[in-house]
Design a protein around this ligand. Sequence first.
Ligand code: FE
Ligand code: MN
Length: 341
Amino acid sequence: MTKQRITVENKRIINNSKTVDCNQLVPIKYRWAWNYYLDACANHWMPTEVSMQRDIEQWKDPKAFSDDERHVVKRVLGFFATAESLVGNNLVLAVYRCVDNPECRQYLLRQAFEEAIHIHTFQYIVQSLSLDEGEMFNMYREVGSIYNKDEYAMSCTSSVLDPNLDTKTKEGLQTLLKNMVGLYVITEGIFFYGGFVTMLSFGRQNRIPGICEQIQYILRDESIHMNFGIDLINAIREENPWVWDQQFERTIMEFIKNAVELEYKYCEECLPNGVLGLNTNLLREYIQYLADRRFKRLGLPEVYGSSNPFPWMSEVIDLKKEKNFFETRVNEYQAGGALEW
Ligand code: FE
Ligand code: MN
């Protein structure tokens, strides 16, 4: 027993365990982390609340999609089917272990549940469309451009899983930060976007509307995940300024720049001939534009100077859902879905 009470002054984002009990949420020091948690809860949704009826009818119609269109839909679903699991595992097994501040962990717990919802979503879509489960859930092993993305993002996770990792050392903390960049900036902030743009392009033509509604909710969740993650990285950096030297900055920039190339290669494989007004040049420009925005958020110099070829994507990301979603959803679905394009 101790009468020493915790004050905000003793709280840190990481390495609390020896000095501060990590079970005590209040007094809240990191209000921004708590606010992310509240925002995330206000966005709650479940995939099974979205009707798949029109998607099923369209997918069964042999004339409704060209071969190239069916190829890209399956590639995108196949990528997400396992990528969401990789993210969830990284979050729970690696990031959560190291980030021991209770306000941040409150959001991480919420994010972990959202990853479960996203995993559920792709299982639900694959089942609804009667896609080949073996093909879809093995794609990350069997399709090179998907394997390369997953492998790249996960390359720095295993060293965070090492029980001897010491985030009080420069090398140890750099290992953690690099893994967090791999998760929040690269996977959720770059690797998901080729898929988001292509799927939502179908939605803009009123095709596979149920899947597109779910992708829209996932995109909104992921954009909050990424923004939280970058704020978290920046906050750790601020409390431990010795960790971020010029060499590390170069390492991080190379890490992100190579990810841009991998996402481009994946888009080339998904859209060899271009569909829906999308082509690989536009997608490259978009990925570069996103990477520049991520660099800026991390306080790093912009690299590409590309402009946004899909301004409509920003509107989708900024979508604000009414707080009482579940009370209004039946009317929304009767009116033909909650999507506003
Ligand atoms: Fe997710
Ligand atoms: Mn996520």
